[in-house]
Design a protein around this ligand. Sequence first.
Ligand SMILES: Nc1nc2c(c(=O)[nH]1)N[C@H]1C(S)=C(S)[C@@H](COP(=O)(O)OP(=O)(O)OC[C@H]3O[C@@H](n4cnc5c(N)ncnc54)[C@H](O)[C@@H]3O)O[C@H]1N2
Ligand code: MOO
Ligand SMILES: [Mg+2]
Length: 398
Amino acid sequence: MISVDEAKEILSKNPIALADTSLPFQQSLYHTLASDVFADRDAPPFHRVTMDGIAIRAASLKSNKRYHIEGIQAAGQPQLSLSDAHHCLEVMTGAILPKNTDCVIPYEKIHLLDGVAEVDDTGYSPFHNVHLKGTDAKKGDRILQKGTWIHPGKLSVLASLGKAQVEVRQLPKVLVCATGDELVPVAQQPLPHQIRSSNVFMLEAALKSLGIKGQTAHLTDHREKLKTEIEKALETYEVLLFSGAVSKGKFDFLPEVFRQLGVEILIHGVRQKPGKPFLFGRKGNRFVFGFPGNPASTLVCFHAFFKAWLGTSLQRETESSSAILSDEVLFNRPVTYHLLVKTVLREGKVWAVPVKNSGSGDWVHLSEADAFLSLPAVPSVFKKNDVFPITYFHKDSF
Ligand SMILES: Nc1nc2c(c(=O)[nH]1)N[C@H]1C(S)=C(S)[C@@H](COP(=O)(O)OP(=O)(O)OC[C@H]3O[C@@H](n4cnc5c(N)ncnc54)[C@H](O)[C@@H]3O)O[C@H]1N2
Ligand code: MOO
Ligand SMILES: [Mg+2]
């Protein structure tokens, strides 16, 4: 059996080849940009008023405190022009600064009476409360680089730049398969020997946060049916995620079926807990991930392996984080122990508090964990206050 690091090495050497495509920008969320994006105009594109109030010429304050109001410059209205340097125009936040003005005084600092604005303080300089044209970017500047991960903030940049269509790296087509005769649909009352299928919905939701809309399926523990269904699925989907049927049981048919279908099994078994029977294989540019069926194993393997693999395939920078173990943990086997934890921020540091559970089949307590700490594969007493790598379940970024 191989180590967690060896498994990650194999995964990183077997990325999926993904084509580039053009998408309407709203659909590009959580994709990776396939080309640089440039500013089509200055940002801001005009001298932008930043406070509701009046616009004047700052130099006029030397000889004037009372300003006749000539009109209102609203946001979205073409530029007005102040006709007299001792007059003012009312201006709204987001409006273009009127011609012949250079300074905005907010309503809170003036008195309005009978069409006249009176100013108390005369110490204003030019461009007070004005966001100058081109301050943040000049037309032609590169704003987003190829390879950028499109999160909601970047999506709004694309909108501001008028990128209605965006060039992105395609995300893979993924099918999430539940396996097992014991599983029944969520809305069905299980018989005493049955359970409701849950892992696939966890995987489907986890994929969604990566921008992938996975399809789900349920396959029963029937060798021939599995083979037929998987053969069909491999024609349509680039990635198949399985939960269950990869261990030593008499009905754990997946490894055998994969071999029969010409899938090369590159990983089967990792020195870790949970997730020991994890499987990864490929057939050309099609990939299979066999997550061990226990819910904690499925979730941990998705985050430890699938996410890292997808990140490598998309050439994204992966972030590594660490956290402080809050309590002593004894683990006396030479395998990596992915300890389920709840994270808390104390004195500016992230502490990982172990979540008590009865093992990898305990879905009741699994949802209390928001991450796992990976304790190294040396039998040991892991000390309170020591720092270990952490992987979060609910982080959008890689
Ligand atoms: N003799 C051995 N037995 C087992 C070993 C081993 O090394 N030798 N490994 C254990 C470990 S570790 C794990 S983890 C499990 C993994 O088993 P499988 O991947 O074969 O999964 P199943 O047998 O199909 O199911 C295990 C468990 O998970 C439940 N399950 C499966 N799918 C779902 C689903 N979609 N939603 C909810 N729950 C699911 C299933 O009912 C079982 O209880 O094997 C150990 N055995
Ligand atoms: O290691 Mo299994 O994946 O714990 O129950
Ligand atoms: Mg099994």
